[in-house]
Design a protein around this ligand. Structure first.
Ligand SMILES: Cc1cc2nc3c(=O)[nH]c(=O)nc-3n(C[C@H](O)[C@H](O)[C@H](O)COP(=O)(O)OP(=O)(O)OC[C@H]3O[C@@H](n4cnc5c(N)ncnc54)[C@H](O)[C@@H]3O)c2cc1C
Length: 490
């Protein structure tokens, strides 16, 4: 075990941040000028990922580096901050130490203040085995795997002369009609209709079927019926089949079984499935629950107090997708504002000696929400100040607004420039520059899961052996006896 180096942990205040997403990075940046403070940002990924553009990575519009700059480079000029790679797996709230692991190396990082912004994972609502055949959309690996699966399905269809097999390969099912599902379905439809239209000889990619499924009765439910209906119509115009009130009850390599509202079950043959149906907060919430007794909601989010801290631990903040706060949705702005609030609370204590009881409660400022449907089409909802009403619009101007806003929040000037060039190329020519796929993208996740399963087996066998050395010695003796020529002959 190693202890994370600190400048001078006896004098300088140690702020540890878990996660390099919106909550973590914006909290760290807020602390850049803090005097006598060391900030340590620990994340299990080396990048700050801009999740709202993952669907563009999955469908070949942008490259991973453009939406995920290296966190340590983003923070390189922030001299009071160090970035550590590692998965945080435990927090000792008494000793005030965070434990993280990278390969076999365990690192202990002491803290005075802790900001946890570890985000959320995909939820399969208790059917975790669905993940094997229907990747979610939470990480770069997911998006690249999906790109490989989508384009790989077309490649396999090109090689097949069996119409039923071709149909299965060219049927893409997106589960979940929220913003991510809508974006994915729209982009797969556009990619097959436009980008790939003339690229194959044996198949016609424009005949690909794209199905958008949801157990709920509406598309883009959080945007309300007006914008949801408009988005659905636009998708249908692109050729996307929308199936609502349709719950996935089983899923395998070749397809999925769907139960309709009337209880009938039917099967859809489809090799490429995308899961964008639900989220589950990071498992670190459970660690905090076990250590502090804090409550979690059904999605595993931590029920924090008005100052975003854990009850009885006013130096542990939980922000972003991991926090459960009424009226704060799991969106980038919720995480950014939460991260900045936590950093400001720490700064106020350092600069003005503000006590936790003097903190003003966190107040979320709703700047509105947006989702793209396709090229030149998006929906947008912005609250009208001083009222409870929202301004709603859709179409071209909403789409331009989406582009502008996402460029503003993308980190790094070069990334913005590259993205602009890619967008210009993609939206004017309908071409996509990022269509490279590799076998690793498609198979690495399953291979890694298999490896980690084998490793767990090995560790539990080793544990068992340690507990009962006599039984192990006897088993060894027996295996030697069984190995003698006489025993083999017998
Ligand atoms: C596909 C998709 C599209 C989206 N589109 C939009 C949109 O258009 N607009 C919008 O406002 N929001 C959108 N969101 C939601 C938005 O991205 C999230 O609300 C936001 O990223 C939450 O920020 P966060 O900091 O809480 O978590 P994240 O950004 O998820 O960051 C979590 C960080 O924690 C790290 N981490 C996790 N577990 C550990 C651990 N145990 N140890 C160490 N590090 C850990 C991760 O590596 C990561 O760095 C979208 C999300 C997705 C997935």
């Amino acid at each position: 075990m190693t202890t994370a180096p600190t400048s001078d942990s006896t004098r300088r205040r140690q702020v540890v941040i878990v996660g390099s997403g919106f909550g973590g990075l914006f909290a760290a940046q807020r602390l850049r000028k803090a005097k006598n403070v060391d900030v340590t940002l620990i994340a299990k990924s080396t990048t700050h990922l801009f999740q709202p553009m993952l669907y563009q990575l999955a469908t070949g519009i942008v490259a991973e580096g453009e939406i995920a700059p290296a966190t340590r480079v983003v923070l390189e000029k922030q001299k009071n901050t160090r970035t550590l790679l590692g998965e945080v797996y435990d927090v000792d709230v008494e000793k005030q130490v965070v434990y993280s692991q990278l390969l076999e190396r365990v690192t202990e990082t002491p803290y005075d203040d802790l900001i946890i912004a570890a985000g959320a994972d995909q939820s399969y609502f208790g059917n975790d085995h669905f993940a094997e055949y229907a990747p979610g959309m939470k990480t770069i690996d997911h998006a690249l795997e999906l790109r490989g699966r989508i384009l790989g399905a077309f490649e396999q269809a090109e090689l097949s002369d069996d119409p039923a097999e071709q149909e299965k390969l060219m049927t893409f099912v997106v589960v979940g009609a929220g913003p991510t599902g809508v974006e994915m379905a729209g982009q797969i439809a556009e990619m097959s209709d436009k980008t790939l239209k003339n690229a194959f000889r044996n198949i016609d990619p424009t005949k690909a079927r794209v199905i958008l499924l949801d157990a709920a009765p509406a598309v883009l439910a959080p945007f309300g019926p007006k914008l949801g209906t408009k988005a659905a119509k636009r998708l249908e115009k692109l050729g996307v089949e929308i199936q609502l009130d349709a719950m996935v009850v089983d899923l395998d390599y070749d397809g999925l079984v769907v139960r309709d509202k009337d209880g009938t079950e039917r099967r859809i043959e489809s090799q490429c499935k995308v899961w964008s149906a639900g989220v589950q907060a990071s498992g670190l919430g459970e660690v905090l629950r076990d250590k502090t007794g804090v409550e979690l909601d059904r999605a595993g989010r931590v029920k924090v107090g008005p100052d975003l801290t854990v009850a009885g631990h006013r130096n542990i903040f939980v922000v972003g997708d991991m926090m459960a706060v009424d009226g704060v949705p799991g969106v980038a702005q919720g995480a950014i504002q939460g991260g900045r609030y936590a950093a400001d609370a720490i700064l106020a204590e350092i600069k003005r000696g503000q006590t936790p009881d003097e903190r003003k409660p966190f107040k979320y400022f709703d700047k509105g929400s947006m989702a793209t449907v396709s090229r030149f089409s998006a929906v947008m909802q912005v609250p009208i100040p001083g009222t409870k009403k929202k301004f709603e619009t859709e179409g071209y101007f909403a789409w331009l607004g989406w582009l502008a806003l996402h460029l503003v929040y993308l980190v790094g000037y070069r990334n913005r420039l590259n993205t602009l060039v890619n967008w210009f190329f993609s939206f004017t020519t309908r071409g996509r520059t990022q269509l490279a796929i590799t076998e690793q993208q498609v198979y690495a996740r399953s291979a890694l899961q298999e490896l980690s399963y084998l490793e767990r087996l090995r560790l539990s066998a080793a544990e068992r052996d340690r507990e009962d050395p006599v039984a192990v010695a006897k088993a060894l003796e027996k295996s030697v006896e069984d190995d003698t020529p006489e025993a083999k002959q017998a």
